[in-house]
Design a protein. Structure first.
Length: 78
């Protein structure tokens, strides 16, 4: 299995060592799990951003009126 070397802040290393004690996993397993989750979240964020851009483009193309938050609050009597 390939290996990497990283530098982390003292607090991060401390937290990693505490996680080892709590879970019984080794540092490599915890780091692998954390990176896997992080990369998955990056992919989800990219997909969300793409969908938002597409929705905004459709809205702009529709010609519908946009409302400011102030206008909405005023209409709701807030």
């Amino acid at each position: 299995m390939p290996a990497i070397s990283v530098s982390v802040k003292t607090k991060t290393l401390y937290d990693l060592e505490q996680a080892v004690k709590r879970t019984g996993w080794n540092k490599s397993k915890i780091t692998e799990e954390a990176l896997t989750r992080f990369f998955s979240e990056l992919d989800e964020d990219a997909e969300d951003a793409k969908m938002a851009d597409e929705a905004y483009s459709r809205f702009k193309a529709s010609g519908e009126k946009a409302y400011t938050a102030s206008e909405v609050y005023k209409e709701l009597g807030l």
